[in-house]
Each structure stands twice: as C-alpha cells, then as structure tokens.
Design a protein around this ligand. Structure first.
Ligand code: DLL
Length: 436
C-alpha cells in the first residue's frame, strides 16, 4: 500500500535517513573485509561517520565483474548459513550473475515489490496474474512475494503456455497483470485471437526489458489496462527498485533503500539532473550482498520534483537501453529502443520486430525485420527513410509475413540478433524485399 511516511517524506528528511543508512553500510562493508571494504580503505574511509551523501560520487564503484570474480559467494557480507535464498540472472550475455538474500533481505524485497504493485493501484483483495518466470530469475518469485505482502491474491502462472494463461485470465478475472512487456503484447493478441474476455484487467506492471512509449501504446491497444513500468536488477534486489504510478510519468525510485546516481559512462563523473547517464545504485539496507555504487550499465535520466500521486521519491525515465546494447552502425550510435520508437510510432507495422546485425561483410549492416500491416507495399522504404531522418541510422527494412518475426513466450524479448555467417537468423530474411 502507498506508505506516505516512507514514500512522501520531504527531501531533507529522506537525505538524513539515507546518510544514516549509508554510514551503517560503510561500517558493514569495512567489517566484512571484502573487495568493497578494501577499496573504501584505499580511498581513505575508515568508518561510516566519515562520509556524507555529498561524498558518495567520490567513493569507489562496484561492477558486475566484481560479482563474477567472487562467484558464487565471495562477496557475502554475512556468513553463508544466514543466506535464505539465492537468485540470479540467466546470463544471456555470458556468465550468470548470482545474488543472495538473508531473511531480512527477502522481507525488504517483498515490501518493495508490494510498493510497486500498489503504485499500479493494486491493494489487498487484488488478484495478480503473475506471468513472470519463476526460478532463479527474480521476476516471478519477487512479484509473488510482493503480492502476498500486499495482501493480494497471486496466481503463479510463470511464463509460457499462452492459451492456458488467457483462459485463466478469463476465468479468474484478475485486475493486475505482471509480465514482460513483450509477453503482455503476446497475451493481448492471443486473447483477441481466442475471443476471450479480459476486461477485468485494470493495470499491468511490466518490466525486465527496455520498452518504449510506443510499445506502451501498442499494449494498451490490445489489453484494457494501464501499462506501468517496473525496473530492477538481481544485483540490487530484483524487481521493485523503481516503478511508475498510474500517472505514468517516470519511475519512482525507492531511494530510501536504493540510493541512485547517474554518471557519464565514459568518465564516471555525475550527470546533471535530466541528462541520461548510467544508473548507479547503493543499497544501504541490504544484508547479504550490500553494494556500494553498483554500475548497472543501464541508461536513464533522473528528475526530482513531486508527482501528482503524492510520492516525493526521485523519478527515473524509462531505461533507454544498456551501455553494452548500444549498436554502432556506420559510426552512428543507436539503442534498439530508439528503433522501436520509430517502428511502432509509424503505425505502418505490427509491434513485433527484431534487429539483425549483419556482420558477414567488411561493414556492419543493420537489418530491421518487421511485419508491415499492409503486408509489404511502401512500408519498408518509408521506415528506412524515417530511421535515417529521425535517428540518423541507415538500415535495411525487411517486410516479413505477419506472425513470422520470432515471439518470446518465456523470458526476456530478444531484440537484437547477430548474423555472423551461414543461414540468416530469421528464415526468409535473405529473400528479396517485397517492395520499397
Ligand atoms: O530483470 C528484474 C526484474 C524482473 C525487473 C521483473 C522488472 C520486472 P535481471 O534479470 O537481473 O533482473 O535483469 C536486469 O534488465 O539491468 C536492465 O538492463 C533490464 N531491465 C529490468 N527492468 C527494466 C525496465 C530483472 N523496466 C536488467 N526497463 C537491468 C528496461 C529493464 N530495462
């Protein structure tokens, strides 16, 4: 439930709370004697009370590499027998990242996910259809525990078996849907195909992958709900780090537990308010795996200022993408989400698309696979023109028949695939463009 004491306190009150909690974190890191404690000592920090919030930008960073180096349990700040659960990310980009929780961490996580659900208007008595994957991935169990903590009823669907999901929505009449945005779209289409009534849905809490405003419009077009964005990452806690409220104007960061900064990814220097930079989080209240200035690789901007919902928490923009997902096509930097914005905003294509980075020749080419609503025609040429005009990127736009761009039923959407050699990653991609 909305907790005004925590979510609507004045900025001064919150800063005092953060400073106090930061001291505790630094003392715990120094006592734990791991890599973070060592770096603090090297930076001349001997105790928490030595630092203020204003000193934070001068403290050492922590990175994913640190977690990999310490895999699996080397960065724990508590004895192993106090770990109640482990989770992690699948490591589609290479190695898995493992994180650990004490009982207190699990309670904190549930409270944060309860806040997120409440942000979307859920409360005791709500019925939450949870189609995030259950398992090591934090989406399923995180939202599950949040729904329980909120006093709601949770339906633990996990991902996949779309027909059954749609039937359950029709039968149980949930008011809240939780899943990735790409899967929300899939569920909406499947419901329409099956002619099933999903009118009970009021809000959707969608995250775990980047999605644009245009994707939001596409989802709200196929499902009768308000789509809000939830952000989080396993290392920081999982989902529940930040969520939009029904005003849909930025994600409230739960900064009483996750102190957020944005930095220039090249220099590491702080970004001014409003300018996109790499998100960096410090977790002053986590026990098992507390992190000081963790570099997320995610790019977004921050805005202070109160929201009409009453929350005073700093707001982050939608995530534009990851620093390491940025494509460089003939010298032009582009995030996949920018291409998504142009495609979906055009009204010429359906919402499913995939970007194929063709690395077979001496020069990298970007091929955009999409499903024009008119089956081909002028859409590819027009989209190539708009991509060039609006984001400066040269791309070949390929029209594929409706239903042939790969859909993801379980896990995160795969927006970018690489074509190194041999057969194209999407069948039919190498056939001549229909038109345009
Ligand atoms: O994806 C946690 C989560 C689950 C968040 C369910 C929201 C809902 P990881 O698997 O560790 O954790 O992946 C974290 O996913 O660093 C971002 O790059 C991306 N990500 C998560 N939420 C969003 C979002 C979960 N709302 C990584 N928008 C993060 C854009 C997101 N990217």
């Amino acid at each position: 439930m909305f907790d005004p004491k925590a979510e609507a306190m004045s900025r001064d009150e919150r800063a005092a709370l953060q400073r106090h909690r930061l001291w505790g974190l630094i003392d715990r890191l120094l006592a734990a004697g791991g890599v973070q404690g060592e770096r603090l000592r090297e930076a001349g920090v001997e105790r928490g009370a030595d630092v203020t919030l204003a000193d934070l930008p001068r403290l050492p960073f922590t990175t994913k590499q640190d977690l990999w180096d310490a895999y699996p349990f080397g960065m724990l700040a508590v004895p192993r027998d106090q770990i109640a659960a482990v989770h992690g990310s699948s490591g589609t980009r290479g190695r898995p990242t493992l994180v650990a929780y004490t009982r207190a961490d699990l309670e904190l996580w549930a409270a944060m996910c309860a806040r997120s659900l409440a942000c979307a208007g859920a409360g005791p008595g709500s019925l939450v259809h949870n189609a995030y994957g259950y398992g090591l991935f934090t989406g399923g169990l995180g939202i599950h525990q949040g729904a329980v903590a909120l006093g709601a009823t949770v339906v633990p669907m996990s991902g996949g078996m779309t027909e059954r999901q749609v039937r359950m929505i029709a039968d149980l009449r949930p008011d809240i849907l939780t899943c990735t945005p790409a899967y929300a779209l899939r569920l909406g289409e499947a419901a329409a195909e099956a002619g099933v009534d999903v009118s009970s849905l009021r809000a959707g809490v969608f995250g775990a992958e980047p999605w644009s405003e245009e994707m939001r419009a596409a989802i709200e077009n196929v499902l009768p709900l308000k789509a809000v964005d939830i952000y989080g990452l396993s290392e920081v806690i999982g989902p529940g780090v930040a969520t939009e409220c029904l005003e849909q104007n930025g994600l409230h960061v739960n900064e009483d537990h996750f102190i957020v900064e944005t930095i220039d990814p090249e220099t590491g220097e702080p970004c001014p308010e409003g300018r996109p930079g790499e998100l960096v989080f410090t977790t002053p209240t986590k026990q098992a795996l507390p992190l000081l200035r963790y570099r997320t690789g995610d790019v977004a901007s921050l805005t202070h200022g109160d929201c009409d919902c009453g929350r005073t928490l700093v707001r982050m923009s939608k995530v534009m993408g990851r620093v390491d997902d940025m494509l460089v096509i003939r010298g032009v930097n582009v995030f996949p989400s920018e291409v998504e914005r142009v495609l979906l905003g055009s009204g010429l294509v359906g919402p499913h698309y995939q970007l194929v980075v063709d690395r077979r020749g001496p020069q990298v080419r970007l091929i955009v696979a999409c499903e024009p609503l008119d089956g081909g025609g002028e859409a590819p040429a027009e989209l190539a023109r708009r991509l060039r005009a609006e984001i400066g990127v040269t791309a070949e736009v390929r029209a594929l028949p409706a239903g042939t761009v790969p859909r993801v039923e379980v896990g995160k959407a795969v927006r970018v695939v690489s074509w190194e050699s041999g057969e194209p990653p999407i069948p039919g991609l190498d056939r001549p463009v229909a038109a345009g």
